[in-house]
Design a protein around this ligand. Structure first.
Ligand code: PLP
Length: 435
């Protein structure tokens, strides 16, 4: 019940109003948290401000998409210039071609590229192309793997992994999609043997970010490549998060394992809505409108009003150019490494039982781990998730914005002084939570 002694903040008032508009007051479930979501008024460099005038250092960074930070000058300039020439045409345009060429230049497995408006669409089309190419139906995915709201892959995201993730799935989805624990090659081979000749594709994120920060080992990814080659399955890397984040060529370039199809998003749009599907030209043949494809073999792999949006493309081109010209990886990775190391040392000093996961520019602590956090299942079921959310909610009060329970992301504009402040705030928060 609202205490009349304490007037509601503007965020609280807006959330109360939003409950009559959006289910639960939000348009993305993970943006809901207790006591209430915070309404953001503006964002610039590494900071965001809420509607009540509070300033935060932002570690959520637009679902980890804004690697360069908010309102990066080159990106703002490119988008402003493009806006004068129109927001969208629903027609081919040169700037989108330029972005497509950059994807081909950067991402080693990208012989062809299709743009869409979200990572969700990209994974949906990837699965469809793989099924059409192999004439098989079954898909293997990782436990805890998040590939967007894509119906085809909305299983085995949270434990228990053998239950449907959501109501409303057609029976075919749960019957045809099988999950393996990441870094367990035997489990993958078992599934491939059980469904011999029936598996169309294996889809995996090289780093499972919604899965708490567990990273697939190079060896595991190499095994997936070999198994797919041996069995005629399509290997899909979901690089919506890792794309352009870990190296210009994305995760595949870093480890030298090339998938058949790659899904991209987030950073690629420079902060605007985007998705892309890239891969071997042969796989895209049935999606070509310029050749005769028999109707039963034709694949719709693209179809969005806002695909090839020039605003997104302008932001993407400007962002990729910054990657080319500036030490973005060296900066973000070294600062995140600093956070991972110093956070772990601080928790140890304060006797907080924890493990800090994450790679590249990302970091996430887990509390009270029972045993090694070597699988998504262990992270999810053998750590104190409530403690993590409580830690993040308290940090909000100190001016450090995390989406409670989710990955932190260091941007190119995050400063060392801000990281010092965040580590100090962590010390204070631990004291407060211990009461
Ligand atoms: N794939 C991965 C690995 C993601 O993390 C996400 C979103 O967080 C998606 C796909 C879906 O992308 P979008 O949110 O743009 O639909």
């Amino acid at each position: 019940m609202h205490d009349p002694q304490h007037p509601l903040t503007t965020s609280e008032q807006l959330h109360a109003a939003a409950l009559d508009v959006f289910p639960g007051g939000v348009s993305h479930n993970i943006r809901y948290f207790e006591p209430h979501p915070i309404y953001i008024a503006r964002a610039s460099d590494s900071r965001i401000w809420d509607v009540d005038g509070n300033e935060y250092v932002d570690f959520w960074m637009n679902h980890m998409a804004s690697v360069l930070g908010h309102a990066y000058p080159d990106v703002v300039e490119a988008v402003t210039e493009q806006a004068r020439d129109g927001l969208h045409y629903g027609a081919p345009n040169e700037v989108a071609l330029e972005l497509g060429r950059l994807v081909r230049t950067f991402v080693p497995s990208a012989e062809r590229v299709r743009f869409c408006a979200s990572g969700t669409e990209a994974t949906m089309y990837a699965v469809r192309l793989a099924r059409a190419h192999t004439d098989r139906d079954r898909i293997l995915k990782a436990e805890g793997g998040w590939h967007g709201g894509n119906t085809d892959l909305s299983v085995a995201i949270h434990a228990p992994y053998d239950q449907p993730e959501t109501a409303g799935l057609p029976p075919g989805v749960t019957e045809q999609v099988h999950a393996f624990p990441v870094n367990d090659p035997d489990a993958v081979v078992d599934l491939l043997e059980r469904y011999r000749g029936e598996v169309a594709a294996i889809i995996v994120e090289p780093m499972l970010l919604a899965g708490g920060g567990v990273t697939a080992t190079d060896e595991f990814l190499r095994t997936l490549r070999e198994e797919c080659d041996a069995r005629g399955c399509v290997l899909i890397f979901d690089e919506v998060v890792t794309g352009f984040r870990v190296s210009p060529g994305s995760y595949q370039a870093r480890i030298g394992v090339l998938p058949d199809l790659t899904t991209l998003g987030k950073f690629l749009g420079g902060g605007l809505p985007v998705g892309a599907l890239a891969g071997r030209a042969e796989l895209f043949e049935p999606a070509r409108p310029d050749i005769d494809v028999p109707p039963v073999e034709r694949v719709i792999a693209g179809g969005g009003t806002f695909s090839m949006n020039p605003m997104t493309a302008a932001a993407g081109v400007a962002s990729l150019r910054v990657l080319d010209d500036e030490p973005v990886f060296a900066y973000t990775e070294s600062r995140a490494e600093r956070v991972r190391t110093e956070l772990a040392a601080l928790f140890e000093e304060l006797n907080v039982d924890s493990v800090v996961l994450g790679e590249s520019s990302l970091f996430l602590p887990h509390f009270a781990p029972e045993g090694p956090l070597d699988s998504v299942g262990a992270v999810e079921t053998k750590t104190d998730r409530d403690a993590l959310r409580a830690y993040h909610v308290r940090l909000l009060e100190h001016g450090y914005y995390f989406l409670p329970g989710h990955m932190g992301s260091v941007s190119y504009q995050t400063t060392d002084a801000q990281l010092d402040g965040f580590l100090d705030a962590t010390r204070t928060v631990v004291g407060q939570l211990r009461g």
